[in-house]
Design a protein around this ligand. Sequence first.
Ligand code: ADP
Length: 458
Amino acid sequence: MNRINKVLIANRGEIAIRIIRACQEVGIQTVAIYSKEDVGSLHRQKADESYLIGESLSPTDAYLDIEGIISLAKAKHVDAIHPGYGFLSENETFARRCQEEGIIFVGPELKHLDMFGNKTRARETALAAGLRVVPGSEGKISSLDEVLAFGEEHGYPLIIKAVSGGGGKGMRIVQASEDVPEAYERARSEALTSFGNDELYIERYITNPKHIEVQILGDTHGNIIHLYERDCSIQRRHQKVVEVAPSFSLSDDMRQQLAGAAIQLMEYAEYVNAGTVEFLVSGDEFFFIEVNPRIQVEHTITELITGVDLVKAQLLIADGQNLFGEIISINSQEEITTNGYAIQCRITTEDPQNNFAPDSGTIIGYHSPGGAGVRLDAGDAYGGAVITPYYDSLLVKISTYATTKDGTIDKMRRALDEISIVGLKTNIRFLQNIIQHPTFIVGDYSTTFIDDNQELFD
Ligand code: ADP
């Protein structure tokens, strides 16, 4: 490494552990932070050093304590901070504070967080780069009447979305004009509670689309590459549940078009570090929806089919290294190929029988799957672990890989049969139902797959 010898990981759970592992492989010292509620968390033990943060703050605010994290980083002589996903990962103020203090932010530059941090700005950037966005309002809307006028002009259904949205929250589909007032109010209040910002915008609601996203890496020398797509159409309440790479059902022509559009946008933005360009695909058409300027939960499946370690790449990019030759042992985009198929299932401590309410308590028994082609990225998954109700309910990500699609599905079925978590409710059965469903196996599903197949909840 040139500039980075010690990294603070401003996150918790599986992604903190994932980042610590990448640091260990490249010989970087690691500093973990933990809230008082996470005193028993595994990510603490995995790091070289770990420190309590935000003692007087709420469980979530502890990981959002910008000044607390910055002063700790300085006191411990940290060279860089990796924010993971969620929490401060897209926070421009945090990235700016890092820059002011001479700490490397392992992520894109400030201008990229500004371009892509809110969804209306992202749409403007995509339009300026020549991409097609979902037809929608020009920027944010400021009244109910604007929604009604949009509906009048473009027809229904439409979707009201939060400008600062994420995690599928603050979104309301509207089928007809009489439903606008309630949907508008609900979207606004959900946006305010979830994001502290009640600004909304509108898009035409695309019926039965696929959610396809393209993984991008950019270095500080101006090189930008794509690492093909992930199909994230298996969603519940607009949140991803199972992801596959490459998509089982995309034509090669569409695959090339999406990758081309993603590169076009990120070259226009002069993007640096890891990012994802998300699209909705409907028949022969595709529309840009947003960019996630950070590592994503589902990055594992891209790693499995391309052989590129994305988190390691993030660290090396932040260190100033060149994508070609230094980070990846190839010299051009053309040399990046995919091999086989990968699936990721997100195991959460939620109860499908009770509307996916998060469960908390002690894991009494835990048995992890293993064997060829099975990769685990886990947080506090072990017998005796205490799962608190304060954080995201993602416990373990299982990713499987094989050279054929059916082989990968077989491995996932076997891994889901093998894993055992006793003491807490989980969504394992729900995941088993999904990956054995004939429509999933064919791959020809859209974002409404879960809603359209109620038997998955049995
Ligand atoms: P978030 O940032 O909250 O994840 P996104 O804009 O990425 O929000 O959208 C999440 C999901 O919501 C999409 O994958 C898709 O299933 C659905 N969605 C969003 N916008 C539209 C739209 N205009 N038409 C149809 N579905 C949409």
